[in-house]
Design a protein. Structure first.
Length: 303
């Protein structure tokens, strides 16, 4: 007898699921039996309004394959968009089990050319676009827990190697994606008591966002495995969003091709205590000694 689908009975929201990684996640959840709320505002690569409705296309695709899905076209970085997204899950399916925060776009520029608008737009869509759906979903789950129906709720956030290591030309994006890691840690600590687990992924895949970055690996796969396909990232996202991942929270994972890596974050390295206030020169000498013993950080992408 084959195992039951991993997400049977669960209702899953995926933001920015009209294309790229979000679309792959939505299809993968549906294939594991989840009912999916497919959110996408349908914007261009830089966040400018687009003419099409990719969320509806993906919801249609899921239904055509025998699954269950509903489209939501709101902006997740607004209170109304985030609230109506959670409402759509509850009004359509009567429950919400998993939130995958994934939507976003880029406005890459070197720091000296980065306009205030480019900063605000990118920080808004990623950081506020994670916070608002999380906040509205968490309020629902807290109410459920208080009513004696503690859920096995899951949140999967989307950071990036740019947020973990930095990326040249992506000061706005790197800051927002690092912020998402901080938000993930706090949410995991605060929401555990309500039955909510919160983790983050740092994916890598070929989408319209990374076509140029991954141009070298875009050639057709020779051994039948397309390592940069977004579908390779989704299995981890589906597992983290299922009840099978019980006990896993506050973690960050890199996912690319067939590789999954647990990221080990900031922790104290070499340390010294002089027992009194240093002079600046003494602090400098002590710090240089510590640095000689410290691990060399991962290189900033593009440096
Ligand atoms: N592709 C990669 O290698 C990679 C690497 C690291 C992180 N990421 C992250 O993964 C996520 C998905 O990226 P992708 O590569 O699939 O990009 P993508 O451009 O293919 O998809 C992003 C989707 O988000 C939607 N969107 C943008 N703003 C929105 C808003 N305000 N409300 C609702 N939907 C909105 C867009 O319309 C688009 O369909 C992003 O958060 C991205 O930063 C991707």
């Amino acid at each position: 007898m084959s195992a039951p689908p991993l997400c049977e009975g669960r209702v899953v929201i995926v933001t920015g699921a009209g294309r790229g990684l979000g679309r792959a996640h939505a299809l993968a959840y549906a294939a594991e039996g989840a009912r999916v709320v497919v959110n996408d505002l349908g914007v261009g690569l830089d966040g400018t309004p687009g003419p099409d409705s990719p969320a509806r296309r993906v919801a249609d695709e899921i239904r055509a394959a025998g699954g269950d899905a509903v489209a939501h076209g709101g902006d997740i970085a607004t209170t109304e968009g985030a609230a109506s997204l959670v409402r759509t899950a509850l009004e359509t399916y009567g429950r919400l089990d998993t939130l995958v925060n994934n939507a976003g776009f880029l406005r890459d520029r070197m720091l000296v050319n980065l306009d205030e608008d480019d900063w605000d737009a990118v920080v808004r869509v990623h950081l506020k676009g994670h916070f608002l759906p999380l906040r509205h979903a968490a309020a629902h789950w807290r109410a459920e827990a208080k009513a004696g129906r503690t859920p096995a709720a899951r949140v999967v956030n989307t950071s990036s190697g740019a947020g973990l290591s930095g990326s040249v030309g992506q000061g706005n994006y790197s800051a927002a994606k690092a912020g998402i890691v901080g938000l993930t840690l706090v949410a995991a600590a605060e929401l555990g008591r309500y039955g909510v687990q919160v983790n983050a992924i740092a994916p890598a895949a070929r989408t319209r966002m990374t076509e140029e970055t991954f141009a070298r690996t875009m050639a057709a796969p020779t051994d039948g495995f397309d390592a940069m396909a977004p579908e390779n990232v989704s299995p981890l996202v589906v597992w983290l969003g299922s009840s099978a991942s019980a006990g896993v929270t506050g973690r960050v994972f890199e996912a690319e091709g067939g590789r999954i890596t647990v990221m080990e974050g900031w922790r104290p390295g070499p340390s010294t205590d002089g027992g009194a206030r240093w002079s600046p020169a003494e602090a400098g000498d002590a710090t240089r000694k510590l640095l000689a013993d410290a691990e060399v950080p991962r290189a900033v992408y593009g440096a």
